[in-house]
Design a protein around this ligand. Sequence first.
Ligand code: 13P
Length: 255
Amino acid sequence: MRVPLVAGNWKMNTTVIEAEELVYDILDTLDRIKGVEKVLCPPFVSLAAINMMLQGSSIKLGAQNMHFETKGAYTGEISPLMLRELCEFVILGHSERRWYFGETGEMINKKLNAALTHGLKPILCVGERLEENETGRTEEIVRKQVRTALNDIKLTPDLVVAYEPVWAIGTGKAASSKQAAATIKLIRSILAELWNKDIAQNLRILYGGSVTSNNIAEFISQPEIDGALVGGASLKAEEFLNIVTQTAEIKGKPV
Ligand code: 13P
C-alpha cells in the first residue's frame, strides 16, 4: 500500500521571512489533510526556521540538494549530517542540478548512497530532455539515469523516485497523465529488475512538471502515479493546498 506523497520544491525562491510567511499561510490547513504525506523543500537557509514551525505537525521537511561527503573542505556545500538534524527528505538529481550545475550520474549515485547511509530519504529525480523525448529516447535515458543512480545501492523502502520530464518543468506544458503513467510503470519495472518485485511495488514514484490544481486530479487518478513533486504551484498557498486536498480525496490512505 503506497501512501501518496506531495512535495513542494520551492527551488531558489523565498527569503527566510517569505518562507516563514508561506508556511504560516498553509500550516494549519495542510496539517489537517490526512492520507497524504506532505513535504516542503525550501531553500537551505530556511530549513532551521521552518523545522521549528513544523514541530508537532504532520508536515515533513526536505532539502533540495546535498553533498556526498559528511564534512570537509567543500566551500559552500551542505552535508548529510547537517541536513539530518533538520529534515527527513532530500531531493537528489534534479534536472536543474544535472543541467545547470553539471551533476553527473556518478555524483548522484554517491549522493544517494550518502543520504541513505545517514538516514535521509532521497527523492531521486529522473527525466528526459525535449530532444530525447522527440527522438523516442525516453526509455533509454530514464533507464540509464535510474540504473546509474542506484548502482550498488542496497534495497531500501525509503527511496522515492520522481519522474520529471525536463520539457515539462516550468513550461506550463505538463506531460499527459497516460504518458507519465507509462514512464512511471517503466521505472517501477527497472526497480524490480534491480531489486525485486515486492520492493518495487511498494516504492513511491511521483510525477513532476507543471503540476497545478487543474491537472493534479488526472495524474493522481492513474494507479501508477503515487503523488507529485510540485515546483511553481507550491509557492502559492491556495494552489498548493488545493493540490494536496485533491490528492487526499482521490487517493488518500491512512498515514
Ligand atoms: P514546476 O512545477 O514549476 O514545473 O517544477 C517542477 C519541478 O521541477 C519540481 O521539482
